[in-house]
Design a protein around this ligand. Structure first.
Ligand SMILES: [Zn+2]
Length: 262
């Protein structure tokens, strides 16, 4: 007789949208899109890299920047160290070079698991350096955004990353190089207000929450906003986004765009 202990724990996963159980193997082969309701589950940086770049082509850049606590904010450093241990990431963005269907690009992927994917000094610095590397080496930029916005513990230093990354995106544009920004669930705050919306082509993944003020900020300010306003679908209907894609279309569309720009 089989007992519950015989059933492998990782065989099924519960969809956080429809709460039905989905066969884990099917989820992985379907790029972590719920087979029951089509919900696009949030990905780790490594899952995103796996489904985007040509295998074995990724080379990380600037993965050795130190943790910084510019304002000596209480309990911030232990929080950073904890986020490092939890995510196995040095900060909330992974940057490097990779190939997408043979095209070498500068690739950035944000990690929502690292203090909500928030943008502090290191995140801004890594993204600006990635863009500057793209200018120096004549590569397109592909940036996957996922962020709650500014890093509260870095206050003004965090906000300074908005002009810094915007300036770097401007240098990419002046160099005549394409910048493709992909907005994934969720993209909010200072990231929305800077490099996320500065791409030559702005793509959003279906079902992603996209907006400036996040739901918690809206709750505090008691402003009445219909929930559908802050969705990729609404932003697409109102011309803020160029392409609204299912996850399964993303890699090939990126590759087609890179073909076209080349
Ligand atoms: Zn579902």
């Amino acid at each position: 007789m089989s007992t519950s202990e015989d059933i492998p724990q990782d065989l099924w996963e519960e969809c956080s949208s429809c709460h039905q159980l989905v066969y884990a193997k099917e989820l992985a082969s379907g790029l972590w899109v719920c087979t029951k309701c089509g919900y696009h589950m949030r990905l780790s940086v490594w899952q995103r890299l796996d489904i985007t770049a040509d295998p074995g082509t990724f080379e990380e850049t600037d993965g050795d920047l130190p943790l910084v606590d510019p304002l000596d904010f209480p309990d911030y450093m232990p929080k950073l160290e904890q986020a490092r241990r939890k995510t196995n990431m040095d900060e909330a963005v992974l940057t490097g070079t990779a190939k997408i269907r043979g095209h070498r690009v500068g690739l950035g992927i944000m990690d929502l698991g690292f203090i909500g994917g928030s943008m502090g000094w290191v995140v801004g610095e890594k993204i600006a350096r990635l863009m500057e590397r793209c200018v120096a080496e004549r590569m397109p930029v592909v940036m996957f955004c996922a962020s709650g916005g500014a890093r509260m513990q870095e206050s003004l230093v965090s906000l300074m990353q908005m002009p810094k990354t915007s300036g770097a995106a401007g240098r990419v544009a002046r160099a005549g190089l394409p910048y493709i920004s992909v907005l994934t669930d969720p993209t909010y705050g200072g990231v929305t207000a800077s490099y996320a919306f500065l791409g030559d082509i702005i793509i959003a993944e279906r079902g992603a929450a996209i907006g400036f003020a996040g739901p918690r900020v809206i709750q505090i300010t008691k402003v009445d906003i219909r929930p559908e306003v802050q969705t990729a679908e609404f932003q697409y209907q109102h011309g803020m986004i160029d392409l609204l894609l299912a996850r399964g279309q993303l890699r090939e569309t990126l590759a087609d765009l890179l073909d076209w720009f080349a």
